[in-house]
Design a binder for this molecule. Structure first.
Ligand code: ASP
Length: 443
């Protein structure tokens, strides 16, 4: 009883890490004799797979329907475009780092069942993938687990819903609101179910990792460390090169930016939630960066919902890791597909802890790497999942930095930024105060 009490009351992160460490220790100590835990791992993979489609359908529709069409004016379109472009860079960055570091190369997970996997990996060409984004039958796409077409439908449906909710005709508006409430409720329920599934995660992680280490031995440590290094270097590189470069182009000092954004970045790192960090990033944007409320009140929540550069980087590197780990490195066409899927998947990732790891499944499936229980892909995925907390911290920090960067760029280009906060003398009253005068002029 005490054990159960401890289990449900202690910190989930600690429990998952404990599962990871115990799994590795037991796998190393007992080797293939740990095979009896395999079903526990399979149940975990099944639970995650079960939840992927409903999560996408509800959260993406609500995300798209939450943007007021009127806000999709100049500022909205600008923010949206920059968000998409930076995320495109992010996936590219992830894939470049993945190709340089080649995480997972030399692992032998494939040796056990390479045949079946190779057959799975035979994916359609890039052009076919693009055409297939438009489904002939949306419900067929859902039952077949085809992620891209489902995302496409949900986005379209969500945008339609946004228009319905804001329609001049009261009847249409009312029905729009009703449908929105249904989806919103569904999304909330999904978060709850994910929360419950995560309660099982420590056991699932223990079983999966014990399985991997039981079969792989100590050599599984190296690739995980290497993957983490590749992902973190890509995070830092993206933040310095892409965000830093864009800030410079727009005439803003990256140093000043990072010094102002540090609380938000640290909060994101520890909470692992873009949504949860929103109050801090809003305060940062308004008080420290001098951005007008009209810009940040729209751009930051939008960013916390759809802009996940860190998640996109993580998905790119992890897909490469899984490809190498199972002995079927991703081809060029598959990597191009990963760019498209990660971009869309990151849009559909909720700003809550661990969401990116669930979305990674669909990114993998888009290139034929099906996370079937007991398959090598599932084992490679489990290894990544075992260290997800560590990876989630970095990617959330990167996500929130991206939201703030884009908000700065939009505000600067729209003249919606109090430049005195950036050390520039305010043009209208040059004689007043020094450049270090941080007195609040605009409440
Ligand atoms: N935790 C991330 C965020 O809130 C999402 C993810 O898991 O990738 O931004």
């Amino acid at each position: 009883m005490k054990l159960l009490d401890w289990y449900f009351k202690s910190n989930l992160l600690v429990r998952i890490l404990l599962g990871l460490v115990l799994g590795a220790v037991c796998g190393l100590a007992f080797g293939p004799a740990m095979a009896w835990v395999t079903p526990f791992g399979e149940i975990f993979i099944r639970l995650l797979k079960m939840i992927v489609m409903p999560v996408i359908i509800f959260t993406l529709t609500v995300g798209a329907a939450s943007v007021h069409p009127a806000q999709l004016g100049r500022v909205g379109v600008k923010a949206l475009m920059i968000y998409l472009v930076t995320t495109g860079f992010a996936v590219g960055f992830g894939l470049i780092c993945g190709n340089i570091f080649q995480p997972g190369k030399g692992m032998t997970i494939a040796a056990t069942a390479a045949e079946g996997v190779k057959a799975d990996v035979a994916t359609p060409s890039l052009i076919d993938t693009l055409i297939n984004v438009v489904p002939v039958n949306p419900f067929g796409a859902i039952t077949d687990g085809n992620v891209l077409p489902v995302i496409f439908c949900c986005l379209l449906f969500g945008i339609g819903l946004a228009y319905a909710r804001n329609n001049e005709d009261e009847k249409v508006q009312e029905s729009g609101e009703t449908v929105f409430r249904f989806f919103n409720g569904g999304a909330e329920i999904m978060y709850m179910v994910v929360h419950w599934i995560l309660q099982y995660a420590p056991i699932g992680v223990f079983a999966l990792i014990a399985d991997v280490f039981g079969k792989q031995g100590a050599e599984a440590f190296g690739p995980l460390g290497w993957t983490t290094l590749a992902i973190y270097l890509a995070f830092v590189g993206h933040m310095l090169v892409v965000y830093g470069g864009l800030l410079l182009i727009y005439g803003l000092s990256p140093l000043a930016f990072f010094s102002k954004a540090k609380e938000a970045i640290v909060t994101a790192f520890v909470t692992r939630s873009s949504g949860g960090t929103l109050p801090v990033s809003m305060e940062t944007a308004g008080q420290k960066m001098g951005i007008s409320q009209g810009v940040y009140s729209f751009s930051l929540p939008l960013g916390a919902t759809i802009n996940m550069d860190g998640t996109a980087i993580y998905q790119g590197v992890c897909a490469i890791f899984v490809g190498f780990a199972i002995g079927a490195p991703l081809t060029f066409a598959q990597q191009m597909t990963i760019i498209a899927t990660s971009l869309l998947a990151s849009i559909g990732t909720a700003g809550v802890p661990g969401a990116g790891a669930i979305m990674l499944m669909m990114v993998l499936e888009s290139v034929g790497l099906k996370v079937e229980p007991g398959s090598p892909v599932a084992m490679a995925y489990a290894m990544i999942f075992g260290i997800d907390a560590l990876l989630d911290m970095g990617r959330t920090a990167c996500n929130v930095t991206g939201d703030l960067t884009v908000t700065c760029l939009v505000a600067k280009s729209e003249n919606q930024m109090d430049m005195s906060k950036w050390g520039d003398a305010p043009p209208p009253s040059p004689s007043k105060g020094s450049v270090l005068d941080m007195s609040p002029e605009n409440p």
